[in-house]
Design a binder for this molecule. Sequence first.
Ligand code: NAP
Length: 502
Amino acid sequence: MSTGVVVRLEPKTYYNYIGGQWVEAVSGERYATTNPADTSQTIGSFQRSNRDDIRRAIQAAADAQPAWRRTPAPRRAEILFRTWDLLRARADEYASYITLETGKVFADAKGEVKRGTNVLEFAAGDGRRLKGETVPSELPKNFIYTVRRPVGVAGLITPWNFPLAIPLWKLAPALVCGNTVVMKPATNTPLCAIKLAELFAEAGLPGSVFNVVSGPGGVVGDELVNSPDVRAISFTGSTDVGRRLYAQAAQSLKRVQCEMGGKNAVVVLEDAPLDLAVEAILQGAYGFCGQRCTATSRVIVDRKVKKALVDRLLERVKAMRVGDPFASDTQMGPLASESQIEKVTEYIEIGKSEGAKLQVGGVRPSGAPYEKGYYITPAVFTDVRPEMRLAQDEIFGPVLAVMECDGMEDAIRMVDTSTYGFKASVYTGDFFKIMHFIDEVDVGMVHVNAPTLGGEVQAPFGGIKGSGVGIKEQGRAQVEFFTEEIVVYMDYTGAKRDARFI
Ligand code: NAP
């Protein structure tokens, strides 16, 4: 059954947005992207930019800095509010771009747009909250206060899995804080970033304040990270790229935040409400084919309830509807790209060779509509041990690893064997166990009796260990990242002061 709100794109050429103009890459080179649900359908032709293109964008952003930073923050925020209005009015259109670029089920894509509008609303509110503080002085007639200033030109490097919400949750706070921006979207999903530039331009954002350049990360992303004119890098992507980029950016003493991979676990204790836990695991493991940084990829279940949980889980997984992401009854669409399907099928084989038991799924279905897309059926492995690659590596696909534990302490130990530290969830009704879990587990975000997914924009978002480094995103942290705190001392005694002793 179709949702009936599909935007059918006429494949056309899209350009970089630099200095308020739509421009071709200097090299004249382009590349095409295709719909992961039907690879015979071209989405568009995009600029394969090089270092010259990104340098032009950085220069445009640097030139626009003085005027934008002097624009009062509440005026900057008005543009965000207008963008918020426009995006809400076109939610289905923008959700369609997301589904076309990523294969994300349309209802999930609408959820992503909703997240984007929440981000805009919250960041716009910061326009009236960019406060400093006053600090008491130990001296008479001495006034100490702080103000928040923009960092300067911010480079935003984004992944393909949330092509609208992640660009927005970097862009909106960067802009309201007075920074000018150069964005490099993922090579697979430039359309949403380009459509965002259109939206902001329509809302009245001055040209050059927000620039978008498509092209390979190793070239245009690399140039952005190395440029001395870029003062902050906000990156979301894999831990491998983040680790390298973090070290590189340090050479020019940039402010950096890296939000990276995850290996999130749902812990199911002996007294857990099993039906609720199954619902959470299904959403977490198979929503958007497990291609969320917050996806559930491990279940750590007390061996006393393992059979009961796995039986219920398998029954539901076998009944899942995989298919056209625009159809309203589809639960899981295709994977997002060829490299994703290759990686996931490789991990199915790795899991089998490690001795884990593949209970269901991991198969590429045949016939229509599957043969033209990157489809795979949802997989469950049991008998997984913590040291297996299935339990350690971020697969980023619909592959769930079920492990057994002996009670709470064993479960926490198993969660923490991961080099990642993004999210963990615990299912139990025991208050004391819940509090102990929160105290001990080594992750950036904990969920209690809820899926590992999600996050609200007014709370900080991000991981620890291999999942995140630098100031978290969203919440009050977003202003901290996108501003410098300047400290002012004002002496109004009118007399000479001996400053040696303080
Ligand atoms: P990725 O391969 O690391 O790419 C992320 C971005 O970095 C892309 O725009 C990419 O460009 C660019 N890039 C690649 N090499 C670069 C380099 N040498 N210098 C500068 N930029 C470079 O990650 P992905 O496959 O797009 O995204 C999936 C990953 O993101 C997963 O690990 C997932 O967990 C993580 N993620 C984390 C969060 C979070 O909040 N923690 C949220 C979403 C996703 P190209 O596309 O051109 O390669």
